[in-house]
Ligand binder design. Structure first.
Ligand code: SFD
Ligand code: AMP
Length: 661
């Protein structure tokens, strides 16, 4: 088919709004909110402008939208060195230790701020039992910053009353942005419901970001933002792989469905170097509702077994040692998955979380009032952060103190802040002894594109940041962007791309729909048409390719060179067809652009898995043709770069260097 050009013959041109700023924050999730808070503090006295764009409403956007029941990274009484060791071991030996150490030394400050801003944090009661955040407040327990002792669920995790976590963090970010707006005299500096589609590069300086472009998902407006420094804080990627849920349930995945890999796509297209994009996260979750397991394992001390009561991790300990030593001890998140998968494949499922036994054990030391409180805590673990799981318990007559629940490995997600580490290769702080000089090129968390910074899920090789660490990393990047702007005061962004062409590109799916929708009488005419494909159908096709060829649930996470090559061939055809996506309205235009971004994220992921000829992350994915870990050849970073000038994509190795003994 001939390529269609959007001349705006069938759809009206949107209004183009132009914005000039020094600092642009793309995405107002945990990292974006951290960046706004910190950048404004340093930018205001210097008169530097800070602008934030988010595709949603910052109060409830991103992964933390529904709330969380724990903060998974709080160093507290632990050492930062130990935190680095933990992250290294859980991520199978390869991380950027400079980035992780750097994060470890600042993350607690963000947690203390959350509490000051109103987040209730659980505290130890005088009798040794836990008080939830409100009880602790009523009992006059001191704040963390004043020496308060949090309730640890695990060595690194603390419990919170977290249903309003994101609202609280957003409020502080919005207040900071407002101080900046007033200090710099801007009319507006927070733009919600604006989906950013591309970064803009500089016309004069090679390898230099000059801004970004995006569209309103509510009105016919395109936003062109010119800036000195930009931050990608758009979270990870969900629904690249076919989810286990079907039908109506498709909208329920573990990861927030609104993060579509935009950062991975936009940064890659701009030429930023990626690292460990082969990594993914497969969370073990309460089946179908995706309820979290961490609090059950760590706080309630529940045990998970196969259907006949065997501890699957013990059962496959020898297998882990044989295949994946020296990473079999301590047991990692990926290997716990691996053991469960072995048992599920062998027919020993369902895997059960014994909530009943755990609660009975805990109740032994409790009076009836405390037992009631324990039951409330058990429900609240879900009500705080994955409400549908609580609904599922109710719907299935499951009382957690009486009956165990099924847990199940979910479909894969691409992310860099949870127990995964896909993302961009960024500059570190440069002041940690033992760090190779080439890991720091002046501005902390800047990518290999000048002026383009990364945080949260978009920074690679440094997982286990979680919500608090992503906020802290946003703050690191925010401060760094101010330094960049102060060091480049005379920079005048000159956009390389033609804005008219980009506006036409953004609206092409709308034009295609208006031009051709009369060619079908189907009631949902965007789905079936000889001239176009609707975003929903295209997404199914993408998810099917990812699932079947790149190691999704249908092949038990297994792929190989030949499968990946076949998948990449199909992906190339999907990319051609994607230029014929059509959108009935602005909401579908958003869906189209999410798909464009998912395709890029998926391509990077597949190319990285293809390059790494070993199974580094068993339980996340398997290379059927290289089933073992191969430290001799692959204890290294797997990095890649897309060349925006030539369209070429290359993968290459970078040395891993251990900094912390
Ligand atoms: O345990 C665009 N996480 C948990 N962290 C914890 O500390 N405790 C928990 O209890 C956690 N649990 C959990 C977690 C994540 C998820 C998905 C679930 C449960 C279900 C991890 C943290 O949430 C995570 O580390 C951080 O949120 C990551 O921060 P960041 O900033 O990298 O991503 P984000 O918060 O999702 O925000 C992304 C923002 O970008 C916007 N956006 N805006 C404009 N244009 C585009 N094209 C955009 N694309 C995206 C989004 O709207 C959003 O605002 S536990 O149960 O696993
Ligand atoms: P989750 O609810 O699975 O996201 O886990 C929350 C936190 O607990 C994360 O820091 C996990 O790495 C950790 N975690 C979850 N399950 C276990 C386990 N069985 N052993 C140790 N840590 C765990």
């Amino acid at each position: 088919m001939e390529k269609e050009v959007n001349n705006f013959q069938y759809v009206a041109k949107p209004e183009v709004v132009e914005i000039d700023t020094d600092i642009l924050i793309i995405g107002g999730g945990m990292a974006g909110c951290g960046a706004a808070f910190e950048a404004c503090r340093w930018a205001n006295p210097k008169g530097l402008k800070v602008v934030m764009l988010d595709k949603a409403a910052v109060d409830r956007s991103g992964s933390v939208a529904m709330g969380l029941s724990a903060i998974n990274t709080y160093i507290g009484e632990n050492s930062i060195e130990d935190y680095v060791r933990y992250v290294r071991s859980d991520l199978m030996g390869i991380i950027r230790e400079d980035l992780v150490y750097d994060l470890g030394r600042v993350v607690d400050d963000s947690v203390k701020l959350f509490e000051e801003w109103g987040l209730p944090i659980w505290k130890k009661g005088d009798d040794g039992f836990s008080l939830d955040g409100f009880q602790a407040r009523d009992a006059g327990k001191p704040l963390l910053k004043d020496g308060g002792e949090p309730v640890r669920s695990g060595k690194w995790q603390i419990m919170i009353n977290g249903e309003s976590y994101k609202v609280i963090v957003a409020e502080a970010a919005k207040a900071a942005l407002e101080t900046n707006r007033q200090a710099t005299g801007m009319d507006q500096n927070l733009y919600e419901r604006v989906f950013v589609t591309r970064l803009l590069l500089d016309a004069n300086e090679p390898n230099r970001v000059a801004g970004a472009i995006g569209f309103s998902v509510r009105e016919d407006k395109v936003y062109v933002v010119r800036c000195n420094a930009a931050l990608i804080a758009t979270g990870g990627a969900v629904n690249v792989f076919r989810p286990r849920s079907v039908g109506e349930g498709l909208g329920r995945t573990w990861f927030g469905v609104w993060n579509a890999g935009s950062g991975y796509a936009m940064g890659t297209q701009a030429g930023a170097e990626l690292t460990l994009m082969e990594n993914r996260f497969v969370p073990m979750r309460f089946k179908d509702g995706y309820g979290p397991v961490g609090a059950w394992f760590l706080f309630f001390k529940a045990k998970a077994t196969n259907a006949i009561g065997e501890d699957y991790c013990e059962k496959y300990a020898d297998n882990c040692k044989e295949m994946y030593a020296p990473y079999h001890e301590p047991m990692t998140t990926a290997l716990r998955n691996h053991c469960a998968m072995m048992d599920l494949k062998a027919g020993f499922g369902p895997i059960l979380m014994h909530t009943d036994q755990a609660m009975a054990e805990l109740a032994k030391t409790m009076d009836p009032k405390r037992i009631k409180h324990l039951e409330a805590e058990a429900w609240e673990d879900f009500l705080d952060m994955s409400i549908s799981q609580a609904a599922l318990w109710a719907a299935n007559n499951i009382e957690p103190d009486k009956k165990p629940s099924e847990i199940m490995p979910s479909e894969p997600y691409l992310l860099g802040s949870h127990a995964g580490c896909a993302g961009f290769w960024v500059s570190g702080p440069g002041d940690i002894p033992g760090t190779p000089a080439e890991w720091s090129w002046g501005y902390n968390r800047m990518s290999t594109v000048n002026g383009l910074f990364m945080a949260g899920d978009n920074v690679g090789a440094s997982g286990h940041k979680f919500s608090s660490g992503s906020h802290a990393e946003g703050r690191i990047a925010g401060k760094s962007m101010v330094a960049w702007c102060l060091d480049h005061p005379d920079y005048k962004p000159a956009v390389k791309e033609s804005v008219d062409e980009l506006v036409a590109e953004i609206y092409a799916p709308r034009e295609l729909y208006e031009k051709y929708h009369g060619y079908t009488t189907a009631p949902h005419e965007v789905d079936i048409n000889p001239h176009y494909i609707g975003p929903r159908m295209l997404q199914f096709r993408l998810m099917k390719i990812a699932d079947e060829y790149v190691g999704g649930v249908s092949t038990w996470y297994t792929t190989s060179k030949t499968m990946l090559e076949a998948g990449l061939e199909k992906l190339a055809m999907l990319k051609e067809d994607a230029s014929r996506m059509a959108a009935k309205n602005l909401h579908e235009l958003l869906r189209c652009w999410e798909n464009y971004h998912r395709i890029w994220a998926m391509e990077a992921h597949a190319r990285h898995i293809l390059f790494r000829e070993e199974t580094r992350y068993p339980g996340y994915y398997y290379r059927g043709d290289f089933p073992k870990i191969d430290d001799a050849n692959w204890k290294c970073f797997n990095n890649s770069k897309y060349n925006p000038e030539t369209g070429e994509w290359v993968n290459f190795k970078r040395d891993y260097v251990q900094i912390i003994p």
